[in-house]
Design a protein around this ligand. Sequence first.
Ligand SMILES: O=P(O)(O)OC[C@H]1O[C@H](O[C@H]2O[C@H](CO)[C@@H](O)[C@H](O)[C@H]2O)[C@H](O)[C@@H](O)[C@@H]1O
Length: 257
Amino acid sequence: MTEGLEAILDDPAGAVIGLDFDGTLAPIVPDPEAARIHPAGPGVLARLGDLVGSLVVVTGRPAGTAVEYGSLARVPGLVVLGHYGLERWEAGRLTAPPPHPGLDLVRAELPRLVAGLAGARIEDKGRSVAVHTRRASAPQAALDALREPVGALAAATGLAVEPGKFVLELRPPGMDKGVALGAFLEERSARSVLFAGDDLGDLAAFAAVRASGLPGVTVFSGSAELSVEADLVVDGPSGVVGLLGSIADALSARRPV
Ligand SMILES: O=P(O)(O)OC[C@H]1O[C@H](O[C@H]2O[C@H](CO)[C@@H](O)[C@H](O)[C@H]2O)[C@H](O)[C@@H](O)[C@@H]1O
């Protein structure tokens, strides 16, 4: 067992469990609007929420979308940091800064950039806009063709480009999952941390686990699409839910009766 996992099991009240949403709690599907949490997810999160200090979902989705697609309102005490940490949802309340002014130009220009790419699709998330190529006939070629014009649009609008699994996202700069998780660890006076993710945007959170100096575990939700180094590699969302269930089982077994 890793040192980080041992610390979580020995002192669960001081533990922060952080989780990405798409590809980690929810299986990857072709249509972003069809993504839903693994069927065992809400139950295992509710169990774990009762056993550890803090549970937090850190996602590129709007927080409200993750709450809806994850049935997360049913998980007591859970915090959702949406838009890579710009938004915070807690106990049914959402807080967020005003939208970035560059988004208006993105909405005007992006349709023209994707017009020649059959199957490319724009996802307007309110505080950011993403273009997906998963459903294009050649998803990687379509993504590669978009990199330069999307980068130019980011430079023109003051937005940042966030790459992910067959997606390029234009979003406000200055925040990422590492900044969001690091601040949350401080807020909760964490004594240990686990973060699970599956995509490039999660690497900043993995770095934050290491930079925190706390006993920590990075968990990669593995798939054929991406390979990333982490303390533990599990088999997609079913592997993540299985790991969380095992942690909940171990903590329940140690609880005084
Ligand atoms: O931070 P996350 O919770 O992992 O969100 C990252 C992006 O996830 C979504 O896109 C990904 O999942 C889709 C549904 O499975 C899939 O079709 C797409 O190819 C993936 O890139 C979401 O649509 C994006 O807005 C998120 O930024």
